[in-house]
Design a protein around this ligand. Structure first.
Ligand SMILES: Nc1ncnc2c1ncn2[C@@H]1O[C@H](COP(=O)(O)OP(=O)(O)OP(=O)(O)O)[C@@H](O)[C@H]1O
Ligand SMILES: [Mg+2]
Length: 219
């Protein structure tokens, strides 16, 4: 099993604690494409954050690619995020002071020769129809262009697991199809995909759907 959650629970402490995930259990085989659907605030992003090693469980367990994430030391967790995971954030998280090309290269900058990542970054950006915007700053990009930059960044290091939080939310139909085809191609080559979406067209692509409501997985 590639991903296994057992009673995964996340409670955000505060004046009024928020139970964002409530004893969620499911498993995913390598190479699957799982769509995650559910209303706003139901815990979808929280679930991706947990699987991406960005957020610790309050209780329960999560194992990805043979690693029990709650037991990983900081260095190992960082390396897990950097090598296994590609994360397309709901809000892109681009660095304003860097160009499109630099944004895509940045996470791998310290770890691979610059020439190598620059070539890869250019190829991926071209594939995503961003080849003409390499030197643009995020502030000058459209929503869809920001999204495609974020997608290129998540793909650069050829992750085994791609976590996509509404990756087509800002795209028109043509761009959406283009992104979905890129994701399909990656999936065919063995990349496991977990994708949060509200879009029923997007949801048709996957091998399985998970519905989440009020922090609970719907059976
Ligand atoms: N860092 C945090 N601190 C406190 N509460 C949080 C935090 N992050 C998320 N929450 C709360 O946890 C619940 C689940 O949030 P989450 O972002 O996972 O929802 P979502 O399903 O991704 O929603 P959307 O579709 O609007 O993106 C919400 O009630 C949210 O307010
Ligand atoms: Mg969300």
């Amino acid at each position: 099993m590639f991903i296994q959650l057992e009673d995964a629970t996340v409670t955000f402490k505060g004046v009024e604690p928020i139970h964002a995930l409530k004893a969620v259990s499911f498993s995913v085989n390598e190479g699957e494409w799982i769509n995650i659907l559910g209303p706003s605030g139901s815990g979808k992003t929280t679930l991706l954050n947990v699987i991406g090693g960005m957020l610790q469980l309050s209780s329960g367990s999560i194992v990805v690619d043979g690693k029990n994430l709650s037991q990983l030391k900081n260095d190992d967790l960082q390396s897990y995020r950097r090598t296994i995971i590609g994360y397309i954030f709901q809000d892109y998280r681009l660095f304003d002071q860097y160009t499109v090309l630099e944004n895509v290269m940045l996470p791998q900058w310290p770890y691979q020769p610059r020439k190598v990542i620059e070539e890869k970054a250019k190829t991926i950006l071209q594939q995503l129809q961003m080849g003409h915007r390499l030197q643009a700053l995020p502030a000058d990009l459209s929503g869809g262009e920001k999204q495609r930059t974020a997608i290129a960044r998540a793909m650069l290091h050829e992750p085994k697991l791609l976590l996509c939080d509404e990756p087509t939310g800002n795209l028109d139909e043509e761009n959406r199809e283009n992104i979905l085809n890129v994701l399909s191609e990656l999936n065919k080559n063995g990349v496991t995909i977990l994708l949060v979406t509200h879009d029923t067209e997007v949801a048709k692509r996957g091998t399985k759907q998970l519905f989440i409501r009020d922090g609970k997985l719907q059976k």
